[in-house]
Structures are given as structure tokens and as C-alpha cells.
Design a protein around this ligand. Sequence first.
Ligand code: AMP
Ligand code: GLY
Length: 424
Amino acid sequence: MRVLVIGSGGREHALSWAISKSPRVTKLFVAPGNGGTAAIAENAPIDITRHDAVLAFIAANAIDFVVIGPDAPAVAGLGDDVRAAGILCFGPSKAAAQLEGSKGFTKQICDEADIPTAAYGRFDSEEPALAYVRKHGAPIVVKADGLAAGKGVTVAMTLPEAEDAVRDCFSGAFGESGSSVVIEEFLVGEEASVFALCDGQNIVMLASAQDHKRVWDGDRGPNTGGMGAYSPAPVMTDAMMARTRAEIIEPTVRRMTERGTPFTGVLFAGLMVTDTGPKLIEYNVRFGDPECQVLMMRLKTDIVDLLEATARGKLAGVVPEWSDEVALTVVLATKGYPVSAEKGSVIAGAEDQDSATLRIFHAGTARNGTQLVANGGRVLNVTALGASVAEAQARAYAAVDKVDWPEGFCRRDIGWRAIAREKA
Ligand code: AMP
Ligand code: GLY
């Protein structure tokens, strides 16, 4: 099977690595890929926002199966165009990708299917939105409706902060994404991520994970795409996974099919585990980044079988196998991230560390001759397996310490919450 993975992040390196282990794969391309995927696949330097260019590449290279990694191409309908060309594709339709593309859409599905989530209001103009935050008071959460590269959410602890966030959205700080705003109840609890493969009818629950969104130790500082993650999430017990499936994932999948926009692909539920059970914070229509890295590290089943069964509507009876070990990943980012990130600094010591329990996935890297150089904000994902979160963490940081990259930084406390639990 000739496979094309779309994307260039750590998620796509991890997916490509898992795909490359499948004996079924005869050729693997990643478009556009990164410095890590170049070592295990052939990078295809195509502009993935141009669907005609992607289709031309597929035809010229006899691709059998396309796997869409990130949200942007899914929301732009690349999956529809690939399928329309008669090629098998893992990834949602444009219509189903609205679960990530529009927070208001997801809230509507929650209303229709009675899915537990934060109470909310949705507004298309500033005055009623301001009136709503004044009525409900802080803490309160203000969200630009559309994709805003993870920056459209303000968890406002004070009323003036909430009012400013509303004004920012309507003054165009997030472009079109902010022309509609969802304002919601502040949920209290522990966050976790749950992943499920869906083929429109059947659901296969994958593993859980927890990530660290804030840039600094102690979960402080601005939000990022994620500075580290581990799997499984201790808060997601078997009982909590079963409730999440029954109360959140199943009604969503059913509702999406009923309304004529069946969801296929991987559904990533961002949850708040509250005193009364799991509540949906948001959906993503893709694997998490860096959550995918820890999932792929633990997955024992051939990923190509899973992705293909999803794309073909054949998930009934599929049961993936996972390592019992914990996986933990530490993100190394360029100093200045998430505000800015200078490209081009040289990274040494990041290669030749891979073993059965350790793998360094690349995100924003590129090759400059024989040198590995930084090419973005999040750059490396140092990922380890261990019998406990503490052991996986120790292995990951031992490997981090062998990387020689003065222009980079990382958090030093990934997994702290779970390690505190292990010690308790
Ligand atoms: P999102 O982009 O929707 O994932 O939101 C980013 C982060 O904001 C989440 O990971 C949560 O930490 C926080 N957040 C979002 N919605 C809520 C909420 N209703 N209550 C509390 N925290 C929230
Ligand atoms: N790490 C969070 C995300 O991928 O959205």
C-alpha cells in the first residue's frame, strides 16, 4: 500500500513512524513533512492548501491511502476532494469537521443530543455578548467561534478581562473566527483528552491522555499548542471512559449521522472531569499534538489496519491493543514560543537516541546539509515509555539533557499531577 500523510508536525512524525512499521506499507510520503519524517519517509514539498496540487501528487505517485493529520486541511475539505477522486482517505468530511471548525456548531450538537457541556450563549454582536458576561459574572470563558490557532479562548477570572476578550473578538483580533462568539460557564475539575475512531456508525475508543497547555512550569503563562503530554490519564478510569463513550461520544456520532453529516476519522474530546462526571469542553477532528505521540508510543496494533477500517466503515469488532506502560512526551520549543520563534538554530544530540523505550519525534525541524535545525515554535517531542509516569518522565528528561540546543527550552514538570498521584 502506498500511503500519503498530510501535515508537518510532531503528530505527523509519530503517525508516520507508526505507519512505517506496518508490513503493509510499501511506500510512505509525508506532505510537506519535517526533518524527522525525512528519515523514515519521502517528504513531498507540496502546498497542501492547494487541493489540486495534492490530487496531482496522488495521481502521479499512485497513492492508495491518504491520512490527514491536522485540522486545517480537514476543515478545508481536503478529505472530500480526495474521496471524490476515488482515493481512500482517513479524515472527516468538511461538514463533519465543523465539530472543530465551529464551537457554536458543537454546542448546537450538544443541545440536540443532550450531551453534558458548559452552559453557554452564542453572539454575533458585541452589546448582547457584553450584557451576557455582565449578567453571569466571572469566572467565565470567552471563545472566538472559529479556528484561531489555539488563541481564541480566554478563561477570564475577572469581569473586565471577560469584557476585554469580548471586545477583542468583535474588533477583529481573530479575524473572521471572532465574528461570532461563544461565552460559557467556567467548569471546575480535571482536564483530560479522549480519542475515538469513528466510521460514521461504529466507535472504537482509543486511549486517554493529558496535556500541558501552558508554556511555563506549574501550568502558568500563556496557552500553547501543548508543552507535553502523557497517556493514559489517571483520571480516566475504565468507568469514566465508559461514561464518556455513552454520554458524549455515542450521542455525538449518532446525531452527526442523523443530520446527514456522519463523522469519520478520529474524534478528540477535550473533557473536564467534574464532580458530576465528564463534560465536553471541545471537540477536535484529529489526533492531538503532542497527545498523538504518546498514543503511538503505546499502540501495539498495526495503525494502518485501524485507519483503513475507519476509512472503509469497517470498525465493527475492532479492538486495538495498547502497551500497559505509560508514555510521556516533553516538548522542546524555540525560546520565545508561543509569541515568536527564530528559525535556523542548530540542534545537536537529538538523533541516535531512539530505543524501544525512547523516541524523539520531530515537529518544527528541517535539515540543512547534515545539520538538524529549528524550523518553528515546537521543535522536538522527547517521548519515553515507563512502568510509571515517574519512570517515563525520568527517561524523557535524561534524553532531553543529551540534546544540545541553547536556543531551545522545555518545561521541567511534565506529568506532575499524575506523579503526585503516584506518590500519594
Ligand atoms: P479550548 O481551545 O476550547 O480547548 O480551550 C483552551 C483551554 O481553556 C482548555 O484546555 C481549558 O483549559 C480552558 N477552558 C475552555 N473552556 C473552559 C470552560 N468552560 N471552563 C474552564 N476552562 C475552560
Ligand atoms: N494538544 C492539544 C491539541 O492538539 O489540540
